[in-house]
Write a protein that binds this ligand. Structure first.
Ligand code: FES
Length: 166
């Protein structure tokens, strides 16, 4: 599982690969928003530009999905490391600083400490439940005919296939 290290909060949070960064932060009680965003945000549509996060360091190339067209437009005058949490999907473990516009008194020390501790890489696909894996194994491959339906002859103990019946 990827780990999101929230530098400001000093917390590591696990999530599934592909989860939305804003959704994970809200679920875990991590405050993404400054005052403006708390008073009113777009709910994750990429319109209010209040859910800034900064991807910290070089630890994270490819850790988040690439910038969306919305981010390219909305973040034109912001640092390249800034992202909109609502537009970012977590693919690998990543260090993020929430509310980078708010500043952080001991930022350098906290960032250095966060970078010093290694992050697990995490998988890049959703885990597959056992029942799903079994179901997939039984499904016929593309171009392969499904096995004929076995029908039991009443009282005979023998079975025939639907093809033989026809
Ligand atoms: S929540 Fe509005 S831009 Fe992300």
């Amino acid at each position: 599982m990827p780990v999101i290290r929230f530098v400001r909060e000093g917390r590591d949070v696990e999530c599934y690969p592909g989860e939305n960064l804003r959704d994970v932060a809200l679920r875990e009680g991590v405050e993404l928003y400054g005052l403006k965003g708390k008073l009113g945000n777009c709910g994750g549509c990429g319109q209010c530009i209040t859910c800034f996060v900064e991807v910290v360091g070089e630890s994270s190339p490819g850790s988040l999905s690439p910038r969306t067209a919305v981010e390219e437009r909305k973040l034109q005058r912001r640092p390249q490391e800034w992202r909109l949490a609502c537009q970012s999907l977590v693919q690998h473990s990543v260090l993020v600083l929430t509310r980078p516009q708010a500043g952080l008194g001991d930022a350098e020390a906290r960032i250095a400490a966060a970078k010093a501790e290694p992050l697990p890489a995490g998988p890049t696909a959703w885990p597959v439940a056992e029942s799903e894996a079994e179901g997939a194994a039984e499904e016929p491959q593309q171009g392969q005919q499904p096995e004929a339906l076995a029908l039991e002859q009443p009282g005979s103990g023998e079975s025939t296939t639907a093809d033989e019946e026809a």
